[in-house]
Ligand binder design. Structure first.
Ligand SMILES: [Zn+2]
Length: 211
């Protein structure tokens, strides 16, 4: 992994400056795919896609924020109290949604999937014998909002729906969803998820590597 330049950008709402780390290169060696579809790669860290400005409190997509330059090329000293964009927490995803960041169904799905993965993140590092943390308050409601944005006829979405049914303990529904035919590339994931249903697991787990 090679870190890229740090960009200086401006909040599109209040013009307050903030920093954005970038990557020049990365790779997926050692990547782990989890049952919820998130892939975590040690050499390819997750980068923030939106930022909640801590001055005006408004959310925006980082790619749409005006770029003022790279910090290594800017002359003069940068103020010390600059905010740095970071990967949002689960609560920040909900805050961004509530403040209207999503302009349509696709962006809403992106944000709600981000929320779900962020909620699941603490479980990824757990050992098998450690109990997973309790789901946050309102989890079922938020999860049903996400399932409402997924299309059962889309094979990838169907795996998400199967995983959500599994996490909620609706194992028969999970088996139905996960047993429908999927393209070859998704078959290892579908098999891995069905194996988790079979052992009546509700926790987020790494899937076996396809080979
Ligand atoms: Zn702002």
């Amino acid at each position: 992994m090679l870190p890229g330049p740090t960009l200086l950008k401006a909040c599109p709402h209040c013009s307050r400056h903030f920093l954005v780390p970038t990557l020049t290169s990365g790779n997926t060696f050692g990547a782990i795919q989890y049952s919820d579809g998130k892939t975590v790669a040690p050499m390819l860290p997750e980068m923030p896609r939106f930022h909640l400005c801590r001055d005006c409190g408004k959310p925006f997509w980082i790619s749409e924020a005006p770029e003022l330059g790279r910090t290594d090329e800017l002359s003069g000293e940068l103020p010390r109290d600059l905010q740095t964009a970071r990967v949002p927490s689960a609560d920040e995803y909900l805050e961004a949604l509530q403040k209207g960041l999503a302009r349509g169904e696709e962006e809403e799905r992106t944000l709600r999937l981000g929320w779900w993965w962020a909620v699941n993140d603490p479980e990824r590092a757990l050992r098998a014998q450690e109990a997973p943390p309790p789901r946050p308050e309102g989890w079922e409601v938020e999860l049903s909002r996400l399932t409402g944005l997924l299309d059962r006829d889309d094979p990838t979405h169907r795996l998400f729906l199967g995983e959500m049914a599994r996490q909620q303990g609706r194992f028969e529904e999970a088996v139905q969803l996960l047993s429908e035919s999927v393209p070859e590339g998704l078959q290892p994931a579908a098999r891995g998820l069905l194996a988790l249903v079979e052992k009546r697991s509700r926790r987020v787990e790494p899937l076996p590597r396809p080979n």
